[in-house]
Design a protein around this ligand. Structure first.
Ligand SMILES: [Zn+2]
Ligand SMILES: [Zn+2]
Length: 310
């Protein structure tokens, strides 16, 4: 078995160069914190300077409500970045949780640091907005969720990620939000009205979306709402190949993340339904919807609907 397969990396996406970076130990970290940032523009300028000095690429979104970021670097670079973030005085990141994964050496092609109204766009009008520091679903650790599953606790999982993320991997028996993007939160929530009196757990990649999604469910009258602390990635790291089926979609050049070579692929080609984890886009450039399209079907343009084809 080739090493890259044993490492659980998707074979088709790994070339020799990428693999050498992986072996060299490049690391990707992802983090967020909802915390008051008085001057997002000044913090963004400072962040950009630190990344340039350290020599790392990645993506950071900063708002008055907090920060959401992901960067890649060598262990020394990442340690330096984390130290600078924890000790700066623009906002309180002393206790921020940096979640790490093996890198590829080129997960990010550039540095993108931006000021936004929200660190994850919900599309909630300001009046209906939720502040996770005031209200949010109760956090449960990966170990507690594993315990719930193991002892057959009665609860429902609503996967707050987008549909294309769900399609390539999800918890067994979880509900697909069917969101095209997180701005659909308001539109999709009524679909789950029948769960309002049930015990509900929201899950997302590394936790940031659930802070607001679980708060929004509470605001809409859901009575018993929990969120998975640290997200699916943290769960998969602790319990690889269990309960969560398939791969974890990630928003960098890796496309998906695996935690064990012994996982079952659940992704299916949009066109031919063959097992696949290869992402492509609707050929209509105004749509560009992400779809799983296998290698052979990807030779031809694929449209997500008849309307897109016209
Ligand atoms: Zn196909
Ligand atoms: Zn389309």
């Amino acid at each position: 078995m080739p090493d890259r397969v044993r490492k659980g990396l998707p074979e088709s996406r790994v070339d020799a160069q990428e693999y050498s970076h992986f072996m060299a130990g490049s690391i990707i970290i992802i983090y967020y914190k909802y915390t008051l940032i008085a001057d997002p523009a000044a913090f963004v300028a400072w962040l950009r300077l630190q990344c340039e000095e350290i020599g790392i690429f990645g993506r950071m979104l900063v708002a008055h409500e907090g920060i959401n970021g992901s960067v890649e670097g060598t262990p020394a670079q990442i340690t330096e970045y984390e130290t600078r973030l924890r000790t700066q005085t623009f906002c309180d990141l002393a206790d921020v949780w940096f979640k790490s994964s093996p890198g590829t050496g080129h997960a990010f092609k550039k540095l993108k640091v931006k000021v936004r109204r929200e660190i994850v766009a919900t599309g909630l009008p300001t009046a209906a907005d939720v502040d996770p520091n005031l209200q949010t679903g109760q956090h449960i650790a990966a170990a507690e969720l594993h315990d719930w599953i193991t002892r057959g606790e009665e609860f429902e999982i609503i996967d707050m990620r987008n549909e294309y993320e769900y399609n390539v991997g999800h918890f067994a028996g979880s509900h697909n939000s069917t969101m095209a993007n997180f701005r659909d939160l308001i539109a999709i929530t009524p679909k789950f009205d029948n769960l309002k009196t049930k015990k509900v757990l929201t899950v997302c990649t590394y936790g940031v979306r659930c802070e607001k999604a679980s708060a929004y469910l509470q605001q809409q009258g859901f009575q018993d709402v929990y969120q998975l602390h640290g997200g699916i990635g943290t769960y998969m790291k602790a319990y690889p190949g269990q309960d969560f089926q398939g791969s974890l979609y990630v928003f960098d050049d890796r496309m998906t993340e695996q935690f064990t070579p012994d996982y079952v692929k659940v992704g299916k080609c949009f066109v031919c339904a063959a097992t696949s984890e290869r992402f492509g886009n609707c050929a209509n450039h105004d749509c560009h919807k992400q779809l799983i399209i296998c290698e052979s079907c990807g030779v031809e343009p694929v449209w997500c609907t008849a309307e897109c084809r016209q």
